[in-house]
Unconditional design. Structure first.
Length: 136
């Protein structure tokens, strides 16, 4: 997974996805990603990379709603992009559904964080719960 912390952008997949989005991505791409993850049945395996990207997309939706986290070196490209694409705020409910799918059902991210150091899973769950609160 290439994770260095439990924050949404604290892994290679999310940081790379945000950087790629900033290099010419569209709001339609964000919607497509969120729709793909939200629509995945709970009994179907969700790969960690796709889950990480969906959490990053949801974080950008929260930022468009004015409820984003402060920028850090891994999120700043995505946050700069969302400042130019405020229309992603309309994806609020879809983002919530995608986040719920990432943290539930057959999710490789959940499995990986459960196997992490003892407090890793709780820290990650707290970050995801905070994101859901900011998307409410």
């Amino acid at each position: 997974m290439g994770a260095w912390d439990a924050s949404v952008f604290g892994n290679d997949d999310a940081a790379d996805w945000a950087g790629d989005l900033a290099d010419g991505g569209t709001a339609a791409q964000v919607e497509e990603l969120l729709r793909e993850v939200a629509g995945l049945p709970a009994d179907e395996h969700l790969e960690s990379g796709l889950g990480s990207e969906a959490l990053a997309a949801a974080e950008l939706v929260a930022a468009a709603l004015g409820r984003g986290l402060p920028a850090n070196p891994y999120s700043e490209a995505g946050l700069a992009w969302v400042a130019q694409h405020p229309e992603v705020a309309k994806l609020q409910e879809l983002a919530r559904a995608a986040v719920e799918r990432v943290r539930g059902g057959e999710s490789e991210l959940v499995e990986l964080w459960q196997d992490a150091e003892p407090t890793g899973y709780e820290t990650w769950q707290s970050a995801v719960a905070d994101l859901l609160t900011r998307l409410a």
